[in-house]
Design a binder for this molecule. Sequence first.
Ligand SMILES: Nc1ncnc2c1ncn2[C@@H]1O[C@H](COP(=O)(O)OP(=O)(O)OP(=O)(O)O)[C@@H](O)[C@H]1O
Length: 453
Amino acid sequence: MKILLADDEPDVLAALRLLVKAEGFEVVTASSPEAIVACAEATPLDVALIDLNYTRDTTSGTEGLDVLTRLRAIDPTLPVVVMTAYGRIEGAVEAMRRGARDYVQKPWENTRLVATLRTQAELARALRDAQKLERENTAFRRGELPTMIAESRAMQPVMRLIERIGPSDANVLVTGEHGTGKDVVARWLHGASKRSKAPFVPVNAGGLADGVFESELFGHVKGAFTDAKADRVGAFELADQGTLFLDEIANMPPTQQAKLLRVLQTGEFQPVGSSKVRKVEMRVVSATNATIADEVAAGRFREDLLYRLNTVEIQLPPLRERPEDIPLLASHFLREHAGRYGLPVTRFDVDCVELLRGHAWPGNVRELRHAVERAVLMAEGDTVRADDFALKPKPVDNERKLEDMTLEAAEKVLAERALARANGNVAEAARALGLSRSALYRRLAYFGLRGGA
Ligand SMILES: Nc1ncnc2c1ncn2[C@@H]1O[C@H](COP(=O)(O)OP(=O)(O)OP(=O)(O)O)[C@@H](O)[C@H]1O
């Protein structure tokens, strides 16, 4: 989570920075109204903590209030918390009237300040997600399915399974490493089901603090807790008749697992602070990158909850096990990013395919997507070249690949590596390979390689 801290006193900024960094926030700082605005324009933020007074006008707080108005214009969903000096509550009241989400008085109390910032960031994230969801659900209602490229042999059984169970009501657990496309599969399943006119609601189930979990899933009523300034509809209610997508389920703490299980068993829940029981009906698709059977065996994940979730399990292979999809995915991402940035890039140079297929892709499809995005931005003219990718050769992968090579190809790779290690000195490389210098020269000429000495 990214936070902007703004104050004109360097000591205050330093103390705040230390405090929130230790809590896992990523920090940017500003010490003038202009810098605050510039920062908010340049970086996506989760929350801003701004002082109301700056040197030009140290006590009235009007500079801070102006900044607040400008921040609201840049991004109305950015939660702003204001700081005032002790005893200057009027400024805080006016700031709240102008859209600040909360205020703290100096000297602040660390625990409370951090809790306020975290709550505001999480609530704002939920609001932003809801807006994104609305846009996506409009696409589902039009009958659109997300693009899913899966031509490789390893993906064929997966695709057959997805197509067969898509229209059914079965709960599905999607497993696979980070970035393998679990989210895409969940959306596809929803889009292909009879529920596609009802909402698809994703929840990062593994990333919610206890205080936010219930509010996020079950909603709350106004006044249920200090920050509950209005009623909030939870994910369960939003997903009624549709699909609830629970991501990162293996990271849920035991208390949350128990609460989730209860609702899945009964279909009933109560929003926080309400005594009214709501009843809902939905399909649940969940996802994890952990080996969930191991989590159950280790006692970290409830077996009865797993049975509720994994009526069908879909295992997505990592990208390195489906290299045939790499060129197709790369072309798809090239079109996407060229379109997004309005660039005339239309093709890859031939070397690129070899480069991309040879990379190990520990971050899977997401890493490939980012790599293509960068390359599209770097490309000159209409063609992406191998140099436009910032891919480092992966020694581990080369080792593995030697086994798949013909003897001649492996010999060439070994000669290249020996030369590289000897900084191009043929005599030294020959010694390392156990060849005479002239024998290595002959091999190099044959392979079209050149030694430097
Ligand atoms: N088969 C595919 N065809 C097209 N795009 C894909 C495919 N698989 C993944 N992507 C794209 O790759 C990116 C990562 O995919 P996604 O978010 O679905 O992965 P994930 O497994 O849910 O990741 P994480 O475990 O980190 O949540 C997304 O931008 C997604 O659109």
